[in-house]
Design a protein around this ligand. Structure first.
Ligand code: 4NP
Length: 163
């Protein structure tokens, strides 16, 4: 087949316990729904390593499970080698962008870094995915709304690139 390219995606936030593991779980479902499970690899990481080894925040697991997503990722810290291992490094906000790009081995690798909202089609008012950590339930629901929107947009981009 001509379109058997593998795309390796890494979602990045601060703690890797709220936004990026949720993006990871949503994208796994989107990829499966599009029959692209053998073409896309997904992982997530945080620029802060203080939650390494932890499951996602229980508030995010609860909000995600209400929408049918099972989040089982164990947090890990973003590392320089991720620039070599992934094709797209997708960050949630400007602070993540700064912290990730600072670790790029060479300038050329900066073209692998994207802001998640670039892939959203229905939330033009958001220029970043807001940190829900200090928010109530509605903060987690907003994050999931943005993630579902952007993961569909990302899937469309990947499909376009693989034909
Ligand atoms: P995340 O949320 O970056 O979406 O995983 C946060 C998780 C933990 C902390 C901040 C944000 N923290 O300060 O520990």
């Amino acid at each position: 087949m001509s379109n058997s390219k593998l795309t390796r995606i890494l979602f990045v936030c601060l703690g890797n316990i709220c936004r990026s593991p949720a993006a990871h779980g949503v994208m796994e479902d989107v990829v499966a729904a599009h029959g692209m499970g053998d073409r896309v690899e997904i992982d997530s990481a945080g620029t802060y390593g203080g939650h390494a080894g932890d499951l996602p925040d229980p508030r995010m697991r609860t909000a995600a499970s209400r929408r049918g997503y099972n989040l089982t990722h164990r947090a890990r810290k973003f590392r320089e080698e991720d620039f070599l291992q992934f094709d797209k490094i997708i960050v949630m906000d400007d602070m993540n962008y700064e912290n990730v790009t600072r670790l790029a081995p060479e300038r050329a690798y900066l073209s692998k870094v994207y802001r998640f909202v670039e892939f959203c089609r229905h939330h033009p008012e958001w220029s970043y995915v807001p940190d829900p950590y200090y928010e109530g339930r509605e903060g987690f629901e907003l994050v999931l709304d943005l993630l579902e929107d952007g993961c569909e947009g990302l899937m469309e981009e990947i499909k376009k690139e693989s034909v």
